[in-house]
Design a protein around this ligand. Sequence first.
Ligand code: ZN
Length: 439
Amino acid sequence: MSTDRSLSMNATIPVLVCFDVEPDEREVDIDARADWVGFERAAALIDVLRPRMEAATGRSARVSWFLRMDPQITQVYGNAGWAADRYSALFDALVADGDELGLHVHPWQWDGERSMWTQNFADQSWVSYCVESAFAAFERAFGSRCRAFRFGDRWMNDETMALLERLGVTTDTTIEPGHTGTETPDAYTGTFPDYSEMSCLPYRPSRHDFRSPSEDGFDLLAIPIGCVPADWVSSPSVGASAALLNGAADYEGTLDAASMVEIAGWVWDRSQPDAVFDVEVLCDGESLATVGATGFRDDLADAGKGSGKHAFRLATPNRLKDGQPHVIRVRVAGTDVYLDGNPLVLQATADPDSDIITLYLDQHPFTFGLVVDRLLADPTTVVLTMKVRCDFATSTQRHANFRGNIEHLLAHPLARRFEFISPNEFAQRSQTPALASRP
Ligand SMILES: [Zn+2]
């Protein structure tokens, strides 16, 4: 098998940044015709960040914008192409910078009797109509065919993938491996595909099951959003026990969380702010794991806790998700110094969707950084694909997270090898059987 695309070589590392451009509210107010403030701010942010992305990588930087142009937009805004009209100058500028525009479709249907929106995944004729009408609106608005696609809420099926191929789509970035259902709180019909057995390697989707690769599959490249198993996303041990480093230590720290996702907190030595050391996590009195308290958290830096690089995170092991209460304690490794907040009681049941962590650009930078670093350490990785819904920019916290995550990429030791490109640029470079047929 060819390994010439492995990131272990000196090749550039493609980074795909995908924005979903849609109304800020998921449950769109049918009478409001509200501007898409999240998109306005996200575009302004990229305007500021792009020169920095180019300076850090030494090459031009491009991102991708996936627009909503489906019947919900027509119903609320009077025109599927509303965003293209409203923000025409903005889109012109983004395209001039080399960004790719694509479509993002949700099959929302208005139920006038109950005065609510439902995503109607169950009715294929409705789904197909949503997709086809969006493509027609895209072509009217931009005078060119849409080539890049992302369905809403990571939903997809074989019929829709076949329709995308007929419509001339060359890349699809819908799939989020690991997910088996949806976390969407709102109404829908139909079922969500099971992605639990999938990896995030790009592939040509089989005509019989779009989740499987096939050399004679659809004539388009599926590029899943990057992800890693949740239990990989723990801060690595630094192999240093603090007591050995400093006999007169002055520790301060807290166990912040013991949830079905993570056991997390922070600790530092006030007498020696730059010391790096491990913490030991105990479960029901037994040692569970040793992880490094070295991750950066902006709230720690803001609170004057040294450099802010004192956070630890242990992905909650699946075997603790048995519905039983478990007592979690954390101490500085090699000492009897327990953090504030000890103990916490963890009570969790198994949930497949919590077993994976996906590269969302508005997630906490500490977690994002761990996922990026794990993907880059994995020799099978060929691309870093990440997404965010533009409404992140209307939230102070998620906006700060996004900035922190881009900063993590720009400050990364491999940043000179990063190349911010569009899905179709990536696809054009990947037209090799070796890539398409990889499992
Ligand atoms: Zn969406």
